[in-house]
Design a binder for this molecule. Structure first.
Ligand SMILES: [Zn+2]
Length: 232
């Protein structure tokens, strides 16, 4: 677990885990995505999942809110490992909440099709909502394409984008061939994000990018996606 910005910590996604970000203000903590937890890691005998590392690194009782960028198992599975010790709000988009509450395995885990227990989403976020934690005030953006209900968070003052699996560093972007994925929707989402001024990109996979000046990375992703996806 590494501190990357004031009050922001990052746990690298390894194996089946996505990146996990914790914003730990003095009053409360918010966790963004959870990694796969033991669901896949145990099945494939990975030595230790993100969640185990997380439990050693922070007092999980301080987590008051788990925000899910989308419903894929490598982003949500860790909730099952945390549920017994954390009593907090769990949020996602209305669309992903629908899939999570039904335990729709092909949607939640399209690769391995693991059994997914239904998950109760206690708060739904949609376009235009805001999330405040410490000195950070995030705007919720609906960014469909990787999944229909994918969300991104943008902090306009600090120019931070938390992008889930919609956009990755180095001009890459999320796949669109999984259930509810859409290349045309992803292109629209990338175009929108590419118009934002972004200095910090916190993606669902690959290391974060942190700069004092505007990044071209998301613009590159949009350009690459235009070339690769416009036939769909
Ligand atoms: Zn995903």
């Amino acid at each position: 677990m590494k501190q990357i910005l004031t009050d922001v910590y990052w746990l690298l996604g390894q194996g089946f885990d996505c990146n996990v970000f914790i914003i730990d203000s003095r009053q409360e903590s918010i966790m963004i995505d959870t990694g796969a937890g033991s669901v896949l890691n145990q099945r494939f005998s990975t030595a230790s999942s993100n969640i185990e590392t997380l439990k050693r690194a922070i007092d999980t009782k301080r987590i008051k809110h788990i925000f899910l960028t989308h419903g894929h198992i490598d982003h949500i599975g860790g909730i099952l490992s945390l549920q017994s010790e954390v009593d907090c709000m769990i949020s996602a988009s209305s669309e992903e909440a629908l899939q999570l509450s039904s335990g729709n395995s092909p949607y939640l885990d399209p690769i391995m099709n693991s059994t997914c227990s239904p998950l109760k989403i206690t708060k739904k976020y949609d376009e235009g909502d805001t999330i405040a934690v410490g000195d950070y005030n995030f705007q919720v953006f609906e960014t469909p394409g990787h999944t229909k209900g994918s969300l991104s968070l943008y902090e306009p003052e600090k120019k931070i984008l938390i992008s889930g699996d919609t956009v990755f560093p180095q001009g890459s972007f999320g796949r669109t061939d999984l259930p509810s994925g859409s290349s045309s929707e992803l292109l629209k989402s990338l175009e929108r994000l590419s118009n934002l001024e972004i200095h910090v990109l916190l993606p669902g996979h690959m290391p974060p990018v942190i700069s004092q000046s505007p990044l071209n990375s998301v613009k590159d992703s949009f350009r690459n996606a235009q070339m690769m996806l416009s036939y769909y």
